[in-house]
Design a binder for this molecule. Structure first.
Ligand code: HEM
Length: 484
């Protein structure tokens, strides 16, 4: 133990990278932070103190230099290892080594095939064909808010309703059926297990990093025996949904059709189809609901921003029927609000960890030896003073470079905000996400004056993140400004 600590501090190839003494010496402090869901807050503070490159653990380095996005997540050209990308760290995406692979944790070959099969479902023309699904569920949300809001007197937990909306939309876009969250005003059991599943996966990651690869598998089995492994029941429910989806007539313009059509050609088992469906649901719903909740909170605590947004949205449409996926593209201030919300409250705040291949790579001007874990944490880079003027201020004006902006923010490095990540494994659902969020936010702002309930003051600070945010309740009052 002592020998390892001495090695880590004085002889390790990363010994010159700054960081707190305990973090440079041992994995333990970082492991405790990640288990507590506070890791990315601590990392951001370390960047503030030590600068754009920080050693989080003996073998683990984080960057806030925006060149690191390309260095870590871009394509590798002519690398001596023969690799075309800095691969994802398996401890983070596949802690249980018998997990079936899917688009997020597969190697380059399977990833490219899966991505290609899915691409058409995410194209602009598919999005146009899917528009009625987005509109239908968003209208459903609005109707329910109108009937539940008691003219702005009853507090409503907005983050939960946003999640009902995004789960119902993604369910419909993937399985061809909704989860019925909006109609039932509740989560289905599968969804209720999600955050627990994320916490569980985080523990497995730490076990995988700290020890031999067999330990997480053993721990998962033991947890299963005592009913404490949420992944088991989730898998069974997911399997039933996928089987029903596979039985639908061919040619649906949805997100899953590409995989269904090519299943045989790709040789994908039922388990692999399920694993991919699960990722699509998770990727599409939690993230967009988080951003809508973050934007709502920020708007309600920044009245001047909210007032400007209301003026834009209510001035742009003569009736609610004019609010469509295409027409909301003209709302430039709303886009700035969403981008500022993604900056301040990135749904995936950290854990995009890659492992440097044999031969090493250069990241933001620094050589990282093979085997090093490297990452850019969105939470840190989105709040770094090197990239942003007043990084903790919610100022959508910083995104308005073509007029209506504020010159104080002219040097902001907008490219350093990459909530959807970059490179060949960036978010395939980015355009769909913007469409869902713009439509929902425009409809909400058009129909309601929204105010924050007292018990949701300080909402941001109450939360922790286990890959996804463990969101606190966001209670607000929706007061209608027009009849539904
Ligand atoms: C605000 C909304 C969203 C944010 C911030 C977001 C963010 C991200 C990020 C950071 C990644 C990279 C993950 C990694 O490297 O491990 C990613 C990947 C992915 N996202 Fe999203 N996402 C959003 C919405 C969506 C939507 C609506 C869908 C579709 C249903 C979706 C589906 C996916 C998929 C399938 C991947 C894996 C892509 C690949 O590996 O090639 N996401 N997303």
């Amino acid at each position: 133990m002592l020998v390892t600590i001495i090695y880590n501090l004085f002889f390790h190839p990363l010994r010159n990278i700054p960081g707190p003494l305990l973090h440079r010496a041992s994995m333990i402090p970082w492991s405790i932070q990640i288990l507590r869901g506070t890791q990315m807050f601590e990392t951001q503070k370390m960047h503030d103190h030590y600068g754009p490159v920080v050693r989080l653990a003996p073998n683990h380095v984080a960057f806030t230099d925006s060149r690191a996005w390309k260095g870590i997540y871009g394509t590798l050209v002519d690398h001596k290892s023969g690799m075309t990308e800095v691969p994802k760290s398996l401890a983070f995406v596949q802690a249980l080594d018998d997990t079936v692979t899917q688009i997020v944790n597969s190697g380059p070959e399977e990833h490219a095939l899966t991505r290609r099969a899915l691409a058409n479902g995410f194209s602009a023309s598919s999005l146009r064909q899917q528009e009625h699904i987005l509109v239908r569920h968003t209208s459903h949300l609005l109707t329910l808010l109108h009937s539940n809001c008691q003219d702005g007197l009853a507090p409503i937990n907005a983050e939960r309703w946003y999640n009902y909306l995004t789960f119902d939309i993604t369910g419909d876009l993937i399985f061809g059926e909704t989860f019925g969250c909006l109609s039932g005003s509740s989560y289905r059991p599968w969804i209720a297990l999600l955050v627990r599943a994320m916490q569980f996966s985080t523990s497995m990651t730490v076990l995988a990093l700290l020890s031999l690869r067999w330990l997480p598998r053993l721990a998962a089995r033991a947890a299963g025996l005592f009913g404490a492994n949420p992944l088991g029941p989730m898998a069974a429910y997911n399997d039933a949904l996928v089987r029903r989806r596979m039985g639908l007539p061919p040619g649906r313009p949805d997100l899953f059709e590409g995989l269904v059509r090519r299943q045989k050609e790709l040789g994908f088992s039922q388990d692999k189809m399920c694993a991919n469906a699960f990722i699509l649901i998770l990727g599409g719903s939690e993230t967009t609901a988080t951003t809508l909740a973050g934007a709502t909170y920020k708007l309600l605590t920044h009245p001047e921003v909210y007032a400007r947004l209301k003026t834009e949205v209510r001035g742009a449409f003569a009736s609610v029927d004019e609010i469509t996926v295409t027409s909301v593209n003209g709302l430039t201030y709303m886009m700035a609000v969403l981008n500022e919300s993604l900056r301040m409250y990135p749904p995936i705040a950290s854990n995009l960890v890659r492992e440097v291949p044999r031969g090493g790579v250069e990241v933001a001007g620094r050589f990282m030896p093979g085997g090093t874990l490297v990452e850019v944490q969105p939470w840190s880079i989105h709040h770094s003073k090197e990239n942003w003027h007043e990084p903790w201020a919610f100022r959508p004006e910083r995104w308005l470079r073509d007029g209506g902006g504020d010159p104080a923010f002219k040097d902001d490095n907008l490219e350093s905000m990459q909530a959807f990540s970059t490179g060949p494994r960036n978010c395939i659902g980015r355009n769909l996400a913007y469409a869902m969020m713009r439509l929902a936010l425009a409809r909400l702002v058009y129909d309601f004056d929204i105010t924050l309930a007292d018990d949701s003051d300080g909402w941001f600070e109450k939360q922790r993140s286990y890959l996804l945010w463990d969101r606190a309740e966001l209670n607000v009052y929706f007061k209608p400004v027009r009849k539904p």
